[in-house]
Write a protein that binds this ligand. Structure first.
Ligand SMILES: Cc1cc2nc3c(=O)[nH]c(=O)nc-3n(C[C@H](O)[C@H](O)[C@H](O)COP(=O)(O)OP(=O)(O)OC[C@H]3O[C@@H](n4cnc5c(N)ncnc54)[C@H](O)[C@@H]3O)c2cc1C
Length: 407
């Protein structure tokens, strides 16, 4: 059979595009290598699926690093509110958390996947499981799609929705990049993103599980400041994690330096001035008591004192200038060296992918091959945590489908 459109990959991007085309009576086939659809979607948000973020859509533009220009049209054409309405219309009510993350009310990712599959079924979308697309060729305007299992399919249009490279056992292993390359596309070197930082010797191991709200991270490479970000920090048994680390990990390399200001929004200078004025006046008060109003976890303060060789029970009057400087430094410029970054097996998304210059941002069509499209994570798009990646999958899929409906 010859299809109007063949979609490679039954993740959120592929399924969303498929159901939209199905509603418009296009003959659509989805080829999925796994025995079932949306395996990554099922584990997303710890199985609860944080499928978008609330708030003004304009704020989304700050959440995709330097890819905002490309994704703007898609996000504004199918917004976070549209996503919420879409699932509501499919009997999946949602709830918005105080941090504006949006989840299905049931807190079950199966409900999100179930709704997408139901919408596909309604549009008579055909899904073939257990078919790993290996090669795609075009001759005389007709695409031939060959699978590693030995099957061949034909279509007028092909949508690559194969995802990134992280969590490969769930289905996305980077095969989509190879296919894109074979069809003339450039791939921005993929790397793990939304991952944690491992330390060589982890002095913070005893406080793993402790977190700090609104810490300010500065990333340095060879003494050059690369980026700065504010968010919650979590100490782990292997190093440091939490949104502030995870969301900046795409910029990090092994050997880079991080400095953390636990007292943000106060600056080093402000804390230095404050301590030089107040510490000596506290007389017999112990340092640990003096630090209490900072509202940092006591166990963290204890480890920080140990790190600079300051006995937490030292009286404030005994803290000399050097010790005071060390204390201010460790509280506002606490240094870390990246020994290792969490690999693809724990990275939630992949940075890099199909070069955005080679894809039309208003249709998701390849600028190299007519009739070829890229949607979702296979593109060189990665968002921060909070529902931005699944929203990007839906928004890019929507634009692509709107264009294909007219073809
Ligand atoms: C642990 C974890 C938690 C996450 N939590 C969130 C979250 O809460 N919120 C959020 O927004 N994002 C989250 N993400 C990211 C989000 O899940 C992805 O960005 C999103 O699934 C990407 O959608 P996609 O459709 O582009 O790709 P995928 O979901 O990866 O789907 C691609 C599909 O293509 C199939 N495929 C690949 N190659 C082939 C081939 N050659 N032939 C046939 N089929 C193929 C795969 O099997 C897969 O089913 C999380 C990711 C992980 C790993």
């Amino acid at each position: 059979m010859h299809y109007h459109t063949i979609i490679v990959g039954a993740g959120p991007a592929g399924l969303f595009a498929a159901q939209a085309l199905g509603q418009h009576r296009k003959s659509v086939l989805v080829l999925e290598r796994n025995k079932r659809a949306g395996r990554k979607l099922l584990v997303s948000g710890a199985g609860q699926c944080n499928f978008t973020h609330d708030g003004p859509i304009e704020h989304f533009l700050e959440c995709y690093h330097n890819q905002a220009k490309f994704i703007k049209k898609a996000l504004f054409s199918f917004t976070n509110k549209d996503t919420m309405r879409f699932f509501e219309s499919l009997d999946v009510p949602y709830q918005v958390f105080p941090n504006q993350k949006v989840f299905p009310k049931s807190m079950k990712s199966e409900d999100v996947l179930g709704a997408l599959l139901k919408a596909c079924q309604k549009g008579n979308v055909q899904i073939e499981y257990g078919q790993t697309v290996g090669q795609i060729s075009i001759y005389d305007g007709v695409y031939t799609i060959e699978t590693e299992e030995g099957k061949r399919y034909f279509s007028d249009h092909v949508v690559i929705a194969t995802g990134g490279k992280s969590y490969a056992p769930l289905g996305s292993d980077g095969k989509g990049y190879e296919i894109a390359q074979s069809l003339g596309h450039t791939i921005i070197t993929p790397r793990p993103a939304l991952t944690d930082v491992r330390l060589r010797e982890n002095p913070y191991k005893p406080i793993s599980g402790v977190s700090v709200q609104n810490a300010e991270l500065t990333l340095w490479r060879q003494n050059k400041k690369l980026t700065q970000y504010v968010g919650d920090l979590l100490f782990t048994h292997k190093g440091i994690s939490g949104p502030v680390i995870i969301n900046t990990s795409r910029w990090m390399e092994v050997g880079d330096q991080l400095t953390i200001n636990y007292l943000y929004p106060k600056t080093y200078e402000e804390v230095r001035k404050e301590f030089s004025e107040s510490l000596a006046q506290r007389g017999k008060e112990e340092v640990i008591t003096f630090l209490k109003p900072l509202k940092l976890p006591k166990t963290l303060l204890q480890v920080l004192c140990q790190q600079i060789g300051l006995d937490e029970h030292t009286s404030c009057a005994q803290v000399n200038k050097k010790m005071r400087e060390d204390l201010v430094n460790i509280l506002t410029r606490c240094p870390f060296t990246i020994h290792q970054l969490g690999g693809y097996h724990i990275a939630m998304v992949t940075a890099g992918g199909v070069h955005l210059k080679e894809v039309n941002p208003t249709t998701m069509e390849s600028r190299k091959q007519k009739g070829l499209y890229f949607i979702g994570e296979v593109l060189d798009i990665d968002g921060i945590t909070g529902g931005y990646n699944i929203q990007a999958a839906f928004s890019t899929a929507y634009l692509c489908a709107q264009h294909l409906i007219k073809c």
